[in-house]
Design a protein around this ligand. Structure first.
Ligand code: ZN
Length: 331
């Protein structure tokens, strides 16, 4: 049986200064600081997770903050150009005011009948807020302590927009491996969603399930500060994860072994357009090492790094979690 995915699990990008990164996502965008850990593959770098009130899959944007001395990335083919959250349709004015008051430049456009606010984070990472009826169906939990009132809070991902050299090869991974289908096309953009009407297990026409493709003439992008590192889709469990490995391999792609990422089990495979895809399991989730009330309050390390905690803490860049969110206040 072919594996199926309900859609996006998380998006991971590379930021500059960790303090500025956390303050923007928590204080300006009102997301919860769900987890503070280190990059398992580079323990001198933090790994921050920001999401909804419970760190629900499909709501989490995560960062490796390389500090401002980290190498800048360059946008180009093979990259995620925009990461879109969905917001309730009546919150557009609220968000324009809130973002502009924070000094964020906002463009408003309309796309496939939905208003879209386009803006960049402080490191130049492309973000969007899409005012969508889907927001009301989203499996996203409000965060009561957010500076953003619950009625206006972002409700998980809406979509990602991938910039690729040509539609064909990436589209074939979406349709032949991930089980998506072409839903719409306009203005040089092709929109894909998991096939099915949402009634079959694993199928979804709902939140966080959209992948848009755009073609770019730009050369291959360079990974670094201000770029997205990978997009993760949700895998039901380890059994499905094995099927995903086979599915990518059958499509002729290299794929990693299953890697324990503490909060999920992952495989990685770069699609032929250059975008790094991850499949991440739903379980065990972020409450595996912190209670729901305490999410994000400590520096969490997986067991295999705990014995090196002192050395790791000494090498991490300067970051004060106490001031993040302080005085942001509801408005
Ligand atoms: Zn990931």
């Amino acid at each position: 049986m072919k594996p199926t995915t309900p859609g996006i699990h998380h998006v991971t990008a590379i930021a500059g200064d960790p303090q500025r990164n956390a303050e923007f996502y928590v204080e300006t965008l009102g997301l919860r600081f769900v987890k503070r850990t280190v990059n398992h593959d580079d323990t001198g770098t933090y790994h921050f997770y920001f999401g909804d009130g419970e760190g629900t899959p499909g709501t989490n944007i995560t960062f490796f903050p390389w500090t401002d001395s980290g190498r800048r990335g360059q946008f180009g083919a093979g990259q995620t150009r925009d990461t879109a959250y969905q917001i309730p349709p009546d919150s557009v004015e609220y968000w324009i005011d809130r973002l502009e008051s924070a000094g964020v430049e906002v463009d408003q456009v309309e796309r496939f009948g939905e208003p879209v606010l386009e803006f960049d984070d402080p490191d130049g990472i492309g973000l969007e807020f899409v005012a969508s009826e889907q927001a009301f169906e989203a499996d996203a939990q409000p965060w009561p302590e957010s500076p953003v009132p619950a009625e206006y809070q972002a409700r998980g991902f809406h979509s990602v927009t991938l910039a690729v050299p040509a539609f064909g090869p990436t589209a074939s991974v979406l349709t032949d491996v991930l089980g998506f289908e072409l839903e719409a096309e306009a203005d040089g953009r092709r929109r894909y969603r998991p096939a099915g009407d949402g009634s079959e297990p694993g199928s979804s026409s709902g939140p966080g399930s959209i992948v848009d493709l755009v073609e770019t003439d730009a050369g291959r992008g360079r990974m670094g500060v201000g770029t997205v590192h990978h997009v993760a889709f949700e895998a039901a469990d380890l059994e499905e994860q094995e099927r995903w490995r086979e599915a990518f391999a059958d499509h002729g792609q290299n794929v990693t072994e299953i890697i324990d990422r503490k909060y999920f089990r992952s495989i990685y495979s770069r699609e032929p357009g250059g975008v790094l895809f991850e499949m991440a399991t739903t379980e065990p989730g972020f409450t595996v090492d912190e209670d729901i009330d305490d999410l994000g309050s400590g520096l969490m390390l997986p067991e295999w790094l705990e014995s090196e905690r002192d050395r790791i803490e000494a090498q991490l860049p300067e970051f004060d979690p106490e001031t993040v969110g302080a005085g942001a206040g509801a408005n």
